[in-house]
Design a protein around this ligand. Structure first.
Ligand code: ADP
Ligand code: MG
Length: 406
């Protein structure tokens, strides 16, 4: 387990100013926040600190303002949603450092919550400018990072501050790091990884890292087509990156050398056109795909074989749908395998951790996201973690914990 300090390590915070980095980069439509997931994720951390008597100042980025003020990207636009989720008033503060913040702190009572302006309105944020970070830190007594999904960036509010104040992982960050550790850091073996999605090229780093970490590498989605083609199979007009054949071969060789079994489908769902329930849809062996057909999902026999693999495993990490799940019936394999993973998790024989934007949508579509051990909504940070890369914000928290001797 990476070593970091949680809120359990906090002494008396009554009256102290806690600077809490959250990920409130929420989707908006017509001025309304359309998905509160990210705000809900950090509510526990915020309320725990507030209820302990801290003055809680929230640091967040919103969109890509590139170092300039944009009224359409002000965090004031999400103030209402934050208040609704927390069930209490939140003061909007139009700066992140300086006298305006100091004055607001003077007005806030212990247990009150303030929302600072979009950190990315200042170029020092993305540049991780130490002077900018010092300006923010000057108004705080402690720093809490609760934004795993922003911690793959070394920015002032995700990394710089960690070095300037006593630093702690918030509850959402803690849950994410603990789940990821159970999945790949220190998992119970055997471990299976499902890697699907559209393209091998976006996930080469993931595949290369996983072959040395897992016993079973299950490849589905459009990426499977590239691997099948590399094996000399004619995939018709499927989505396929023929130029990546050598890389696909190299991954299979590396897997062999590491004792990792690569599972490619032996039956697939094909159609002549990519549309909902097309008349041409059929199931066939991978060797029987016609020149005018495309593979849009893996087949039922493949799913059955993969279910047997999962039954022998203790840990599953999943990124990427097995087929074009947005369009029926090409969601069937993803839904079926997700249900099997959920059932095994429910029985207690499997720890199941999943992540990725479309993967989360697919698991919600299958109705089993709640039954997985953990589902990460972190997107880019989750993929970087699956590549085995260090996340600067997380590394800084770990270093801070060591330096602070706990
Ligand atoms: P994630 O966001 O979970 O990391 P990706 O973005 O890599 O996942 O991939 C998801 C996309 O892959 C989905 O839009 C899905 O329709 C597409 N996809 C999966 N299988 C196929 C296939 N056989 N042909 C074309 N697209 C596919
Ligand atoms: Mg995606």
């Amino acid at each position: 387990m990476p070593h970091f300090r949680t809120l359990d390590a906090l002494d008396d915070v009554a009256g102290k100013v806690a600077l809490v980095r959250v990920d409130f980069n929420v989707p908006m439509n017509d001025g309304a926040v359309t998905d509160l997931t990210r705000i809900r994720a950090s509510a526990g951390t915020i309320l725990e600190l507030a209820d302990a008597g801290a003055k809680v100042l929230l640091l967040a980025h919103f969109g890509r303002p590139k170092g300039e003020r944009h009224s359409t990207l002000s965090t004031s636009l999400i103030q209402g949603a934050v208040q609704a989720v927390l069930g209490r008033e939140v003061m909007f503060i139009s700066e992140v450092e300086g006298p305006v913040v100091a004055q607001a702190i003077g007005i806030l009572r212990p247990g009150d919550v303030g929302l600072l302006e979009n950190t990315r309105f200042w170029p020092g944020e993305e540049a991780n400018d130490p002077a900018f970070a010092r300006g923010i830190a000057a108004n705080g007594d402690l720093y809490v990072n609760d934004a795993f999904s922003a911690s793959h960036r070394a920015h002032a509010s995700t990394e710089g501050l960690t070095h300037l104040l006593p630093a702690f992982a918030g509850r959402a960050m803690q849950a994410e790091l603990e789940a990821l550790d159970k999945a790949l850091g220190n998992p119970e073996q055997p471990v299976a990884a499902v890697v699907g999605g559209a393209k091998v090229s976006t996930k080469l780093g993931v595949l290369e890292h996983l072959v040395s970490k897992v016993q079973h590498l299950i490849i589905g989605g459009g990426m499977a087509n590239t691997f099948l083609a590399a094996r000399g199979i004619d995939v018709g007009k499927s989505l396929c990156e023929h130029a990546l054949a050598d890389q696909a071969e190299a991954i299979m060789d590396a897997a062999d050398a590491a004792g990792c079994t690569v599972h490619l489908p032996y039956d697939v769902v094909v159609a002549q056109e990519f549309a909902a329930n097309p008349p041409s849809v059929r199931i066939c062996n991978v060797h029987e795909v016609a020149a005018d057909e495309m593979i849009l999902d893996i087949g039922p026999q493949a799913v059955e074989a993969l279910a047997d693999v999962l039954k022998t495993c203790r840990t599953l990490v999943w990124n990427g749908p097995l087929g074009a799940f947005e369009t029926p019936p090409f969601d069937e394999a993803t839904v079926a395998l997700a249900k099997i993973a959920a059932a095994l998790t429910h029985e207690g024989s499997l720890v199941s951790v999943a992540g990725g934007g479309d993967t989360v949508a697919a698991l919600n579509h299958a109705g089993v996201a709640q039954e997985f051990t953990y589902v990460s909504t972190a997107g880019g940070a989750f993929l970087e973690w699956m590549e085995g890369r260090e996340l600067p914000g997380v590394t800084a928290l770990t270093r801070a914990a060591l330096a602070q001797g706990s």
